[in-house]
Ligand binder design. Structure first.
Ligand code: FES
Length: 116
């Protein structure tokens, strides 16, 4: 695994989020509950951006489009295309259920590092 310095720590305030480019990937950084999470900014369903996704109380990010939800720590799906009601199930068949890519993070020398 390569550790890559992606952002100054103070550029991601509490509850902040931003997208950084790391080796051709768009990675969404989230500062949530005193943790820094790094996830692919691309929903595994139709590859649409997750940046505006809500975060649930149990730590999952919800895609703003068809509301698939993924655990921020493991990337495992906790919901697959439940929205819109009825149609969401059909949309879910376009692509098989997949996990979201998640990456380890660490803080060092005042910067956020992501392991790729
Ligand atoms: S694009 Fe994310 S659930 Fe469809």
């Amino acid at each position: 695994m390569n550790w890559i310095k992606v952002l100054a720590q103070d550029e991601l305030p509490k509850d902040g989020r931003t997208v950084v480019k790391v080796e051709e990937r768009a990675i969404l950084l989230l500062h949530h509950n005193n943790q820094i999470y790094a996830v692919e900014n691309s929903c595994p369903h139709l590859k649409l951006p997750l940046k505006k996704g809500k975060i649930t109380e149990d730590g999952a990010i919800v895609c703003p489009f068809h509301r698939s939800a993924f655990d921020l720590t493991t990337g495992n799906p906790v919901a697959w295309t439940p929205f819109p009601p009825g149609v969401g199930k059909l949309l879910g068949m376009i692509s098989t259920e997949k996990s979201l890519s998640v990456f380890p993070t660490r803080i060092e020398e005042g910067s956020i590092w992501v392991g790729i």
